[in-house]
Design a protein around this ligand. Structure first.
Ligand code: FAD
Length: 342
């Protein structure tokens, strides 16, 4: 166990964690960020084109992360990489023990900010990964829609996000949008589906049901999509679609399974918290970023969550409960379907 306990440990050094770390360390709390990857930065490392982070007309993710890391470290926050947190435990004296994946180290802290993010669910298609790296496959219309002005994109999915974001792309940016879904019925709310069909013709949206994508085929240079193969689920017929980009909207997976029992998670695994203070019902524990229930899943909002969470530390440390009052304190028991804000 490291010698001194920390005032606050931040789990996940993506934008939310780095923003929280900046505020916590600048307020002179002994701050440690634990990051499971070999680099801090989170999802934003995966993109070279950010146009919607205030203060930068355009900036690459890795460059922005470098600035964020430098800024955090200048206030003496520690960032420990290759440390995946596997579990948290509250002791009777109120301290929280943080276990990491080396099976040996346990850190001690008075407060925790949870910022492990969420991952976009991928389809695992041949060509998906290589075209994602070439920035031709995206999972976020708000992030990347503006790069497809007057282009043809293929959207994949049948839920609310798929329908809403197809409309978003088609009405604002694209010349043509094809939407495929593997079933004959969309899962999205009826009102959204009605809007989709009502606006399809005037916005050049081609809806193909029931279809699945089977392969994203790169061009010879490997820097753009040549075509996407899609299969009609009923007839097995394969078609080749010439598109400039693919948007995959098949959900997100929050990185929170290891938190079960320590903080309340909603039915999809997102961490429930007060949406104004970021406080979870577990004392001394805040949440920030894409792992939070109802998060906007954006860089700027993840940073804002991190700042808000770290600002809660002052009040908490002013009133830090004495050790006797911690014996037997358990997180509030809440049914999963009731979990919604606090
Ligand atoms: C390709 C791409 C392009 C994007 N473009 C834009 C854009 O243009 N504009 C925009 O606003 N948003 C964009 N986004 C979304 C934006 O990146 C996210 O909203 C933002 O990164 C969320 O920040 P976060 O800190 O909550 O989570 P993440 O960025 O997911 O960071 C979480 C961090 O926690 C770490 N972690 C997870 N589990 C553990 C654990 N158990 N222990 C320790 N560490 C852990 C992860 O390794 C990761 O580093 C994009 C996302 C992607 C993937």
């Amino acid at each position: 166990m490291p010698d001194e306990p920390y005032d606050v440990i931040i789990i996940g050094a993506g934008p939310a964690g780095l923003a929280a770390g900046l505020y916590a360390a600048r307020d002179r709390y002994a701050t440690l960020l634990l990051e499971k990857n070999g680099l801090p930065g989170g999802q934003i490392l995966l993109t070279e084109h950010i146009e919607n982070y205030p203060g930068y007309e355009t900036v690459g993710g890795p460059e922005l992360v470098q600035h964020m890391q430098k800024q955090v470290e200048q206030f003496d926050a520690e960032i420990a990489i290759n440390k995946a947190v596997t579990g948290l435990k509250r002791r009777d004296d109120g301290m929280i023990e943080v276990d990491v994946n080396d099976g040996e180290t346990t850190y001690e802290t008075e407060a925790v900010i949870l910022s492990p993010g969420s991952d976009y669910r991928q389809l695992g298609l041949p060509g998906e990964d290589v075209m994602r790296q070439a920035t031709r496959v995206s999972y976020c219309a708000t992030c990347d829609g503006a790069f497809y002005r007057d282009k043809h994109v293929l959207c994949i999915g049948g839920g609310n996000t798929a329908v809403e974001d197809t409309l978003y792309l088609a009405t604002r940016f694209t010349a043509k949008t094809t939407l495929i879904h593997r079933r004959m019925e969309f899962r999205a709310q009826k009102v959204l589906v009605e809007e989709l069909y009502a606006k399809a013709d005037e916005n050049n949206i081609d809806i193909k049901l029931p279809y699945v994508a089977t392969e994203i085929v790169p061009n010879a240079a490997g820097d753009a999509i040549d075509h996407v193969k899609v299969r009609n689920v009923e007839t097995d017929a394969i078609e080749e679609l010439k598109v400039d980009g693919v948007f995959i909207f098949v959900g997100m997976v929050p990185n929170t399974s290891w938190l079960e029992g320590f903080v309340p998670l909603d039915a999809n695994g997102y961490i429930a918290a007060d949406p104004i203070t970021m406080k979870t019902p577990t004392p001394g524990v805040w949440v920030a970023g894409d792992c939070r229930q109802d998060a906007a899943m954006q860089l700027a909002t993840a940073c804002a969550d991190g700042v808000t969470a770290a600002m809660g530390l002052k009040e908490y440390f002013r009133d830090f409960p004495d050790s006797e009052s911690w014996a037997g304190v358990e997180p509030e028991a809440i049914e999963k379907d009731q979990v919604r804000g606090y």
